[in-house]
Ligand binder design. Sequence first.
Ligand code: BDR
Ligand code: CA
Length: 311
Amino acid sequence: MPRRIIIDTDPGQDDAVAILTALASPEFDVLGITPVAGNVPLDKTVLNARKICEVAGRPDVTIAPGCPRPMVRDLVTAEYVHGKTGLDGYDLPDPTMPVSDRHAVDFIIEAALSSGHKGLTLCTLAPLTNIAMAMVKAPQIVPCIREIVMMGGGHFEGGNVTGTAEFNIYVDPHAAHVVIGSGLPIVMAPLDVTHKATIKRGWLDRVGAVGTPACLATEGWLSFYERYDIERYGDTGGPLHDPCVIAYLLEPELFKAKRVHVAVEIASELTMGATAMDWWRMSGKAPNVSVLHDIDRDGFFDLLLERIARL
Ligand code: BDR
Ligand code: CA
């Protein structure tokens, strides 16, 4: 039976590739997409999610808009990475598919409760506001969640917003604190693994050569997206952060993981949003997260291309 998933997201070009990969994969039953404020404000992440579903030929997917700001702090966005629209690099027509009138938080709660014990997997590609709010509003959903696979955090790689914090955790550290403290099984794809998932030029050419709308959009988006990372990190290509979440669920053997204790910094402004990982098990605290730290890069890119080409 396909795995029931919700994709919580702030598209974003790398979110877009993750969503396309998921929509192309019969291993998943995508119950819905829940945009949140993150890379760009909420109205744009909702619009982008609709464009992505339409280019995938899936206007039937439920898109339930979520929270327009983090739980406690002010919203921080990342147009400097993703462009003014959040999805610069390939123009698509204005979408016509509907937006659900249910709020993401209620959609997540209803989907969890109707999925039964350990029936729902949450794939989170963005600040964790919607997920934390759902857990705060309806703690009874926790036993219904099989696992949360999230892009976020960093240990040996440090941060990509501040010296110590990764964007998704930094934007809403209080939400991350709630989610990581929930006791649920969590798999985390931090910068330590996503900075190894860097785009090779030849791969983008192969994607474009497929010639379908989804592949042409992917080529355009990622050609734009990777300019920022190449300037910052050098000529290794842009890291495809969010697709690691979907690829892990499809082919976990592409990744190496270590179980460690993770906590989120929510007190110090200096290190706000840092993920404190007890990598060498010094604290005596029980591991609460499986942290992905290595990837079969070629296998990962082959998988993404093979899936997106199906659309
Ligand atoms: C994360 O931040 C966003 O800009 C990306 O979409 C990804 O989810 C990487 O730090
Ligand atoms: Ca994202």
